[in-house]
Design a protein around this ligand. Structure first.
Ligand SMILES: *Cc1c(COP(=O)(O)O)cnc(C)c1O
Length: 343
């Protein structure tokens, strides 16, 4: 089979030739000594872009969020996060297990925000019966939805009023910035820490950067060492990240256009219910007749098209390796499936 059309996630991209060349040519050193120039450059650059003082290159977004929890909170304190947020639901309980920090979930609103009245309602009073509420974690984009800028301002006000630190899980924050046509720092600079992924829409094979104040990052560096996450000549990987920052940010608008096009075309398929969104980035959520999901997935797979179809809604994600014709081919294959009577 030729290259598959893989719409399962934006994590499936192959490093481009230019990216591989940058990795090949990267000057490197021992990053545990702080001597890898390519890592140092990436960390400083990401921090500057996000309006933060310093950065720390880590293997994954999960490690980055965990380091943020470990660094902001003491054992026995608590962090607030969305009930559907990655940092609550999809990080194997690391905050509780490894940081001994209690998560306090708050249900996410349909637009991805946390209702700030609901947040205030779960902040614990100063009473020894309760964990000390220390940190508020937000996620942007949330299931592909950029959080509104005025909402982010309100979050910072709330943080100051209630002496809460704020962390942004910005795995896809560059998608939010491009979609909103603002510098990414407009979104991120008010947070005490921000994590951004290089291995999602930006197309690097690995890595996230955690950013925050110099003091915060110095402490996070100690935690990273403790967790076995300090690495040596890791500039070969950081080079891919730097390359992505140079070449793969503005092109995210292509992914957003492709997703919009996919949504438009799928809206013409009777059996497909495209979920509406206040603002679309690179994801489309679609419900199909649930008894046909597995069969539809297999039908598409036989035609070289990969989707995750465990349950409704199905998430389609566009990225660097999705060509405009792939969108047409996918919709055509879905139409054919239903036209021939489905299962
Ligand atoms: C992917 C993702 C992460 C974690 O990143 P990994 O590199 O997969 O550990 C964290 N938060 C969000 C919102 C993500 O989408």
């Amino acid at each position: 089979m030729d290259r598959a059309i893989d719409l399962r996630s934006d994590t499936v991209t192959q490093p481009t030739d230019g990216m591989r060349q940058a990795m090949l040519n990267a000057p490197v050193g021992d990053d545990v000594y702080g001597e890898d120039p390519t890592v140092n450059r990436l960390e400083a650059r990401m921090a500057e872009m996000l309006g933060q003082e310093a950065g720390l290159f880590v293997t994954s977004g999960t490690l980055s969020n965990l380091l943020a929890i470990l660094t902001h909170c003491q054992r026995g304190e608590e962090y607030i996060a969305g009930a559907r947020a990655h940092a609550y639901l999809e990080e194997a309980g690391g905050g509780a297990v490894l940081a001994s920090v209690q998560p306090q979930p708050v249900e996410n609103e349909p637009d991805g925000t946390l209702d700030l009245d609901k947040v205030v309602a779960v902040i614990k009073p100063d009473d020894f019966h309760f964990a000390v509420t220390r940190l508020l974690c937000l996620e942007n984009t949330f299931f592909g939805i950029p959080l509104p800028l005025h909402y982010l301002t309100n979050v910072q006000v709330l943080g100051r009023q209630h002496d809460l630190r704020t962390h942004l899980d910005g795995a896809r924050v560059f998608n939010a910035a491009v979609r909103g046509d603002v510098p990414v720092s407009t979104i991120t600079s008010g947070f005490q820490s921000v994590s951004a992924c290089l291995s999602k829409g930006l197309g690097a094979p690995v890595g996230s950067v955690l950013t925050g104040s110099r003091e915060f990052i110095a402490q996070a560096r100690r935690w990273r060492k403790m967790l076995g996450g300090a690495a040596r000549q890791v500039g070969v990987l950081a080079a891919a990240g730097s390359y992505a920052l140079d070449h793969h940010i503005s092109r995210l608008s292509d992914d957003h256009e492709q997703a919009e096009r996919l949504a438009e075309l799928l809206a013409t398929v009777d059996e497909a219910k495209v979920h509406e969104t206040p603002q679309r980035t690179n994801m489309v959520f679609v419900s199909f007749p649930s008894d046909q999901l597995t069969d539809l997935r297999d039908h598409l797979k036989e035609r070289g098209i990969l989707i995750t179809a465990k349950e409704n809604p199905v998430r389609f994600v566009t990225h660097l390796d999705v060509a405009p014709t792939d969108i047409e081919l996918t919709v055509q294959a879905i139409k054919n499936y239903f036209r021939t009577g489905g299962a």
